[in-house]
Design a protein. Sequence first.
Length: 661
Amino acid sequence: MSLMVAACNWDAVVSRENIACIVGLAMFAAFLCFAMKRRVWMVVGGVLLFLLGVGIYMGVPIPAPASTASAPSCDNWLGAFSKSLSAFYPSRGEYEHNFSQSYLYWLFHLFAILYVTAIVVMLFGAEFVNRGFLLCRKIGRRPLNVFWGFGEEAKTIAKGVAEGPNSVVFVMPEKRLWTSLSDDEDVHEVARSGWKWIVGKVDDVLWLSNAKRHFFMGKDGHKNVADAEALIRPYKGRHQISVYVRIGATADDDVLYKWADKWNKEENKNVEVIIVREESLVSRRFLLDNPMLSCPRIKIDTANATVSGDFKVLLLGFGAQGEMLLNDMICDSQYLTSAGSPVWFEAHVIDRDCAAYGGYEEICPEAVSRYNIKFENQEIGSSSFWRFFKAEMLKRPYNRIVVCLRDDRENIYVASDIARLYREMHLSPSGIVFARVRDSLIDAYIDSTFKGEVSKRAFMQFGAMSETYSFGNIVTRKWEKGAIWLNGDWGMDRNAKHDEAKDAAAWKSAPFFNKESSRASFFYQRNLLKLIGYHVDEKSDDNTCFNDNDPMNHLDVLAEDEHLRWMAFHFVRGIKAWKPSAAEIEEVAHRTGKEVRHNRIDELNAHADLVPYADLPKVDALFDPVNARHGYPREKETQEKDKGFIRSEAMKRSGLGIMKS
């Protein structure tokens, strides 16, 4: 190349052909950048280039044979280059240095090269184009947070995870390729925030798999799972990455949770898959802000750690969100009265077709009977519903009414009308009526809709998207610190010290069911603390929200409360009580050759410890002799496990400063 340049004089260097070559390269670079943003134009542009190239090709006259020069010059090199192109692309003749034909040849060859290159890039080179695009946008090697998809949920989380102006990358979904991104205000908001965006599918930018966190937060849960697997499967990196996958309301929990467990336990030790379900986050946040112990007509006797009053719940709407709220409210209502019996709980569920959402009565029969759940099919908001409500439901002493239909405005209208009816009967709806409102901008709508009405703020809202997808709840997992601690407690000696690395590893490999159980246990601790007079201030910045009471004074009562909650957690998931005989336990020991555990959820969807707290020693007496005959050591008494939960360091540490809002 240096010899070629040396042989060229200045006139040759600035010849029209060389200028055409430089201009062609510049046009090619501009074309790639343009195609990167609107890849659909790669096809359109390719067709236009082809047609233009054909037109130029047909317009080139057939020249006379060109004379060759013996001395090396740029013209000779250009001629040789042209001949090679003529061999590769069919041409109407060789290059001849004259004013008209040189331009026609160069234009033809330029567009032929652009056309073929566009096809190659479109089919094979999208990843390299994206890589260069980000490189031009000055995205360095800092830890990245990549959002595969674009929506309000993703932007809400991105505001929290942003660690710098270039730390957030959005990968636009394919559907945006058919629209003008320059007119998209959301894209401009991303740009103003200093974040970056690119266009493509997961396969196009797999090199982004090294990012610290990946968020698949689209509305289509099945696509989120498929895209996440396309990213995880080929990942061979050595550092840990976290993959957050949002699943849909109608998703098959068992299948997806087992899918996540597979990656966390077996497939890739450097990948942690976190399932994000909006309904679960909303329900948890709702009960964190409005625990059942705060219901009207519920009183706490801190001297005896008991509760008086009944929990009577009316739930309007029984989709995925309604079912999750019902389950969590049941678990959050398990306490002992002064007489030593469980506090009464009952729930009325009303929806258009309560059985259409999975047949709760068939899946969870023991929950329906134990917790007095009744279903009523009514079209909520219709005239017949309001006649039914006024005649049958309004006069009942509910201390919690939750409206969670499928539309924010419908929830607001129904909750407002219920609050108005309460006031007309000289009853206070304060602390009783709640409406699930997802839209964070709905306050303006409420102000305009209920302006001047007394019932304007008579009901409370919950479930705002900004709170549901807050940075802390999902990414920092402040709600899970105590749950991780409790999970590490399992099977560990009481006096052993916790190791954060071991706790984190145990948490990652734990099945999703166990994680949910630990989360539920940790959330319930705040209620047990209230029972004994501890002031739990979630907004405090330290752990100074204890008084000097000794929780061990109420060890047996709190342990039985925890056992009631633990049973409710299983019953609302359809798990049944297993009541084996000694012969059945012996048969299982012979067949499996292993210690017979009380837990038979995987095989029978049943558990032997789902009995009253006082009967747990009888269960131990069934299993211990059989296991002893087969050489297995005696397991810790089941009642001691519940007591160990009360004694756990997690309960003492929580405060619950860990869970401050």
